[in-house]
Write a protein that binds this ligand. Structure first.
Ligand SMILES: *Cc1c(COP(=O)(O)O)cnc(C)c1O
Length: 226
């Protein structure tokens, strides 16, 4: 499909103008081509979010001239792909178990920079999503604190489908409150000042409840899909 690059660029520029400067926009690009990502780049996007290692690898190769881009992994990561994930992504938002965190920690020993990590939580039951419950996360904090080769920066969450706005808002507020609670425990290595939450449908609610990183996808591209 031919891409109308000017109107797409305008659309993304206008979207960015509505977002406070303090909120980092991780443009989710899993559904678009490298060609579209170049237009997003021209519109000022510097953070790209991908959910699959292999898709990202192809696009990273195609976009390797864009050297000031930060790549974020936002999708579930299998332990056997952890090494690749560390090679390809500076941020991993979707660390969803102690086992995975410990695996990444082992592999990160030799890396020049600590990987930036968000811990994925689900504070409402959701069989379709990975992540820690509050109780499980609190129980795992001492061992997460031992993962010295990771820079554990914050919490990430995805709202379950089918919630009312107020329920989504409450969920995001609870996620922020959990991050604050963990900060107040003053555990070495666990100062969680980042909140990765909010997608196309709920990013405004996320910003209102304290998100520092939002992950919009479809809203940036309109009808344009791969
Ligand atoms: C796909 C995806 C997004 C973006 O979703 P949109 O509805 O396209 O905005 C954000 N976060 C995660 C984890 C995703 O998988």
């Amino acid at each position: 499909m031919a891409v109308d690059s000017d109107s797409l660029k305008d659309r993304i520029v206008r979207f960015r103008e509505t977002i406070p400067d303090t909120v980092r926009i991780v443009a989710v690009t899993k559904q678009v081509s490298a060609e579209v990502m170049r237009i997003a780049y021209a519109a000022g996007v510097r953070d790209f979010g991908e959910n699959r290692i292999q898709d990202a690898e192809v696009k990273q190769e195609q976009l390797k001239d864009l050297t000031d881009v930060t790549w974020h992994l936002i999708g579930h990561l299998q332990a056997n792909k952890a090494k690749k994930a560390l090679e390809q992504f500076e941020w991993i938002h979707s660390v969803d178990s102690l086992k995975l965190a410990q695996r990444l920690n082992q592999l990160a020993v030799d890396r020049p920079h600590k990987p930036q990590i968000c811990l994925q939580v689900k504070l409402l039951p959701d069989p379709n999503k990975f992540g820690w419950t509050e109780a499980d996360l609190l129980a795992d904090l001492p061992q997460l604190s031992d993962c010295k080769h990771l820079d554990i920066r914050g919490l990430m969450t995805i709202a379950p489908l089918g919630l009312e706005s107020t329920e989504i808002f409450n969920l995001f507020v609870q996620t922020r409150e959990l991050a604050v609670k963990i900060q107040q425990l003053n555990i070495e290595g666990l100062y969680l000042d980042q909140l990765s939450m909010g997608m196309s449908e709920d990013y405004l609610l996320a910003i209102r409840s304290g998100a520092t990183m939002i992950r919009p996808g479809r809203i940036l591209y309109g009808d344009l899909q791969r």
